[in-house]
Each structure stands twice: as structure tokens, then as C-alpha cells.
Ligand binder design. Structure first.
Ligand SMILES: Nc1nc(=O)c2c([nH]1)NC[C@@H]1CN(c3ccc(C(=O)N[C@@H](CCC(=O)O)C(=O)O)cc3)CN21
Ligand SMILES: CC(C)C(=O)C(=O)O
Ligand SMILES: [Mg+2]
Length: 254
């Protein structure tokens, strides 16, 4: 899709009924996100989410849809010990129905990404705001604002592409920097969340874009239920807005 200049429409999903709805609405990629810790479990971070939770929700999603490509988040602690542990846990997620796994982090996960890709596990990287590191980052805030931070994100993106990651989420990254990083890549497609419209695709948390998450609403969220006739219509409007470049707009960027 990147090669053809077609935007990638990605949304989180955690169960079979919504997976079927996202399939009907034309979503390209479903992310079984560890954000399920927040939106399903009522946790204040993604840190308590376990492999068993991710396996269960991947199985649910996988049974509900046919067409969308399924990516599952590796939860906190499931890949941090290194390549062998990551491979063992990725294999469980792939057996549950994931077609790609997502791993947060930059330089420290490059070796693990390479190890998985060489063994037949497609990998989505995730840089910028990496919520599993919230206790180190000091909050859910924009990343890569100063020149040092920007240089680090640029270098990490290239290293992750080199390691074989096929997709990369950029979360809460200034729009200009995300555009520059996207243009600097040759094979890896970028998916933005709070990273501007010039990424190769976009992702949002389903409960955020439907306005049902009771927690704090980040700047990058738009409620697509406003003016929509149904949930399916809201998801279809999100897909259309990503494809025509009207979402995200300036007001959603950093
Ligand atoms: N429902 C939900 N939506 C998400 O986007 C999401 C999750 N959960 N859980 C995992 C992470 C955590 N994320 C978050 C959480 C909070 C903000 C937030 O409050 N952002 C504020 C800025 C806060 C600050 O600068 O201090 C914003 O206005 O964007 C952003 C991303 C993104 N992910
Ligand atoms: C917000 C996306 C990128 C994510 O990682 C999640 O939903 O867990
Ligand atoms: Mg996640």
C-alpha cells in the first residue's frame, strides 16, 4: 500500500463482533492493542496486561473477521528479556491468529526485531510515545521535540527498517518530524497516532474514536460518532477521512 500511495486504515479491536464490523466498514489493519488494559480492564496503564490477555483477545478478533490484517501488541515484559523470549511469546500470538506482532521501543529492540523477522514473524515497531515506558517518560507526552530527541527517533526508524520491521507506529511525534521520517524510509510503512497526516497510515483506539472511553481524551483523538448514523458509519467515516487525508487535521497534531 505504501508503494501504491494508498493510506493504511488501522483501528484497535478486541472482540469478534467489532472485528466483523470493522471488516464490513473497510478497515485494512486491526490492532489487538494492549490499550485493552485501559479501555476493557479499567487499568490506568498498559503495564498489567499479560500474554494470556493478548492471546484471548487475539483469538476473539481472529474468529470475527476475514479480510483485515491482524497485528497484536506484545505486552510489557513479554519481549524485554531478549530475542528467545520474544520468539516464544510471538509464536503464541501467531497461533492465536495474529499475522504480525508489535513491539515498543527503539535501539534496544532492534536485535529482537531482526531475530523475529528472520524466523517468519512479521513485526510492527512502535516509537515516540511508548506507553509501556510511561514511568520512565514521566507521562503521556509528545516525544522528539528537541533536536536530540528528534535525531534519536530518526536513527531508530532507520535501524528498525534495517532490522526488517514492515510497519512502524509513531505515537505523539511532531507532524513535521514524522513526515521527514516517513520520507526517509524505503520499505517500512509508518502508521501515525498523533503524528500528522503525512504518515503512510493512521491508527486510533476504537473506544476513543467512538467516544465511549471515559478517560482523558488526547489531542489526537476525534470522535467519529459526531454526525454518524451508526457505529459502522462512524468507522466508515474514519476510514474515508484517513484515505482522503482529512484526518488527522492541524488540531490533532503536535
Ligand atoms: N484509550 C486509550 N487511548 C490511547 O490512545 C491509548 C490508551 N488508551 N492506552 C495506551 C496508550 C496511552 N496513550 C495516551 C494516553 C494519554 C494521552 C494524553 O493524555 N495526552 C495529552 C497530553 C498529556 C500531556 O502532555 O501531559 C494530549 O492532550 O494529547 C496520550 C496518549 C495512548 N494509548
Ligand atoms: C494506540 C496503539 C498504537 C496501541 O499501541 C494500542 O492500542 O495499544
Ligand atoms: Mg499498545
Amino acid at each position: 500500500m505504501r508503494a501504491e500511495g494508498r493510506k493504511v486504515v488501522m483501528l484497535t479491536c478486541y472482540d469478534a463482533s467489532f472485528a466483523a464490523l470493522l471488516d464490513r466498514a473497510g478497515v485494512d489493519v486491526i490492532l489487538v492493542g494492549d490499550s485493552l488494559g485501559n479501555v476493557l480492564q479499567g487499568q490506568t496503564s498498559t503495564l498489567p496486561v499479560t500474554m494470556d490477555h493478548m492471546v484471548y483477545h487475539t483469538e476473539c478478533v481472529s474468529r470475527g473477521c476475514q479480510r483485515p490484517f491482524i497485528v497484536t501488541d506484545m505486552p510489557f515484559g513479554s519481549y524485554h528479556e531478549g530475542p528467545a523470549q520474544a520468539m516464544r511469546n510471538a509464536a503464541r500470538l501467531m497461533a492465536a491468529g495474529a499475522q504480525m506482532v508489535k513491539i515498543e521501543g527503539g535501539a534496544h529492540v532492534v536485535e529482537t526485531v531482526h531475530y523475529l523477522v528472520e524466523r517468519g514473524v512479521p513485526v510492527c515497531a512502535h516509537i515516540g510515545l511508548t506507553p509501556q515506558s510511561v514511568n520512565q517518560l514521566g507521562g503521556y507526552r509528545v516525544q522528539g521535540r528537541d533536536e536530540d530527541g528528534a535525531a534519536r527517533l530518526r536513527a531508530e526508524a532507520l535501524a528498525l527498517e534495517q532490522a526488517g520491521a514492515a510497519l512502524m507506529v509513531m505515537e505523539m511525534v511532531p507532524a513535521g518530524l514524522a513526515a521527514e521520517i516517513t520520507a526517509s524510509l524505503r520499505t517500512m510503512a509508518t502508521i501515525g497516532i498523533g503524528a500528522g497526516a503525512d504518515c503512510d497510515g493512521q491508527v486510533l483506539v476504537l473506544h476513543d474514536m467512538l467516544g465511549v472511553y471515559p478517560g482523558r481524551k488526547a489531542r489526537f483523538v476525534r470522535n467519529f460518532m459526531d454526525g454518524a448514523a451508526s457505529i459502522e458509519d462512524a468507522v466508515a467515516r474514519y476510514a474515508a477521512a484517513v484515505r482522503d487525508g482529512s484526518f488527522p487535521a492541524e488540531e490533532h497534531n503536535y
